[in-house]
Design a protein around this ligand. Sequence first.
Ligand code: UDP
Length: 483
Amino acid sequence: SEAHRQLHVFFFPFMAPGHIIPTIDIARLFSARGTKSTIITTPLNALHFADNISRDKQSGLDIDVQVIPFPAKEAGLPEGCESINSITSPDMVIKFFKAVELLQQPFDMLLEKHRPDCVVADMFVPWTTDVAKKYGIPRLVFHGTSYFSLCVSENITRYAPQEKVMSDSEIFVVPGLPDQIEMTKSQLPNCGNRDSYGFSERQEKIRDSEVKSFGVLVNSFTELEPAYADFYTKELGRRAWDIGPVSLCNRNLIDKAQRGKKASIDEHFCLNWLDSKDTDSVLYVSFGSTASFCTAQLLEIAMGLEASNVPFIWVIRRLHNKEENNFLPEGFEERMQGKGLVIRDWAPQVLILEHPAVGGFMTHCGWNSTLEGISAGVPLITWPVFAEQFNNEKLITQVLKIGIKAGNEVWNSWIEPQDVSVTKDRVEDVVTQLMGNGEEAENRRKRASKLGKTAKKAVEKGGSSYNNLSALIEEIRLHSQNI
Ligand code: UDP
């Protein structure tokens, strides 16, 4: 009967690892509750998770990938440029978004053919709300960030506090929020005269499509940011379901080791290395899938880590100056033997964070990394670089009080030239503070550990996120029955 018919949900992530990775987790969570999940993506992006999906299928999940070609050439991009990570210049950003727009027609055709019961589509494909509406299909928006960040962004748009300050570095309070959140203009994407490659126009479309959508899916959990979950739904009037941390759906070793893409280090080697270290003694250092530092900044990090004398795992990715490979200090890796592990390119992040030897995380505050750190119950060193990472930093340091700022204050995307923003001495100082035994460090650690436990409870049967997903699936079913 209709009440027992299997629901079919489409998932359409933006072509960036930080969006694809959690969307796949969400698709798996839906399938685990009995829906059929179809992930729509482009050929090169699909390659990264094809193995994971076929393992899921073997284990009985009803989950599939539907590939559509990416119109790179039509948009004036080089062949094979299918991810935000392949972008190396500002004009490529504009072209990339143009290519994404061109996906509207093939997406429309897929909807017409398959008529799913619901579409979970990324914030960066705002046109999906209207396309889905044509077929009476509800569209859910996935931003991939926190309630907190959504509230901060909305109130900055509404009240424009940045327009009232005299300089880029003057502190202002974001009006109307549950806490006094302090920011500067230099931390915003449209700081100065630069409009970050069509940011404002895109932002307007995103907002408009969100207001008209069925609601918003949030990778968070109610207990983490209750005041902001409330603010978002009651004050800002959005319908929203928080169903995270979604990374916790990766329960076995291989899932964790290959999340996003196959790690560039053997997972067993990595685990053995961590096994040889004391509990809470290792700092994990990673800046996500896209941020990339200039050589001078990498040197400062290397020297600061060495001077701190704290064991570490450091993931280094390079987009700038690709040809330069000798960017570490002379003899660094030899001296760090046994003390520090450098991973080039891709780390099995969730696996590392969950190891009991890891006691801190230096992060660029991408929301996935932030939430993965929180789920693992470790305190954080915050080093935001671009996008809404500065918002997430405020949540970590000003609201949750589970982190210390490294001190970068300037929004700087990965394709722009950059300076050193955090010196060796500062790196040493924050690492020593975070990993040390002082009272403040202990309290921070306790708060983080408690949040980690709450996060795990939220996704267990009967937990807040678990129940929210049940409620959402029921709403989708009701909607389907009524059309
Ligand atoms: N990630 C990973 N290994 C790496 C770098 C990143 O597994 O070496 C994963 C990380 O666990 C997270 C995602 O990639 O799930 C990055 O998303 P985030 O929102 O933290 O930052 P972004 O990459 O979008 O800046």
